[in-house]
Design a protein around this ligand. Sequence first.
Ligand SMILES: N[C@H](CCC[C@H](N)C(=O)O)C(=O)O
Length: 278
Amino acid sequence: MDSQFPTGLPFMKMHGAGNDFVIIDSRGRGAVTTPALARALGDRNRGVGFDQLAEIRDSETADFALDFWNSDGSRAGACGNATRCVSDYMMGQLGREAVHLVTPRGDLRAVRLADGRVSVNMGQPQRDWTELPLSHAVDTDHLPLPGDPVAVGMGNPHCVFFVPDAEAVDVAQDGRRIETDPLFPQRTNVEFASLTGPDRLRMRVWERGAGITLACGSGACATAVAAHLRGLTGRRVTLDLDGGVLEIDWREDGVWMAGPVARVFDGMLSPAFLDGLL
Ligand SMILES: N[C@H](CCC[C@H](N)C(=O)O)C(=O)O
C-alpha cells in the first residue's frame, strides 16, 4: 500500500459545459500525478472517469499552478474548461472574484462574472507552424489536408474544420484519423464547426488523448479565432457544444472564454486503488 496516503487521496469532480474533470489539490505537498494514475483514474468503469485530470500545485509567482493530463495518460499544455473550474474553486478558497494562475502555456487570469459563470483569458493564439507544432512549414490558415482546415494553437494544437453541417460529421472516425495525421508530430485536437447564425457556431470536438467530449474550451477558442480569420464571424462568438454554451471574445489582451462551471462531488481515492499508481 502507498504509505503517503494511508487514509486515501481526496479529489473533486467538476465539469464545465459537460467537459468533465477530476481535480486533485496538491498545494502544500508535492505533485502526485503519474501517467499510470491518470490512466487508471480516467477509466470510467475501474476508476472515476474524466476528460482531463487537473492537479493544483503551489506557485511562487501566482495564486496557484495547474497541470493537465488526458485520460490516455498524456499531458495537455492547456485546458480551458478545467482552468475555469479550478479557478472557481480557488476563488472560493481565497475569498476572491479573480485569480492568477500558471499553466504549462504560461500565466493566465480568470474572473467570476456577475451571473456566476467564470471567464478565463487563454492568451493569444499561436499561428506559426513551429509553435503548434506542425511537422513542416505550411500555411496554417489553409492546412494541406482535405477539407481545408485551419491550425490554431492555444497552448495545445487544434485543427479546425468548417463544414456545412457539423451534425452530419462522423466525429469519431474523422477525429481519430486527423489526431494522428503525420502533419501533427504531437497529435492534435480536432474541431468541426458550422455557422448557425450571426457570430454563432455549432461545434463538435475530438480531443487528443480523450476522444469525443461534450465540450473543449481551448477548442472553442481556437474555433472562434479560426472563424474570425476566415471572415465568418466577428471577434465575439457564441459556440453551441454538446454539453453547453461557451462565449469567446478575442480581445487585445488575449482570447477570453466564458461559460458555466459545476462542482459535482468530492471523493476519496482508496489506498487500494492508489497502490502502485503513485
Ligand atoms: N478540454 C480541454 C482541452 C484538452 C486538450 C487536450 N485533449 C490536449 O491534449 O490538448 C479544454 O477545455 O480546453
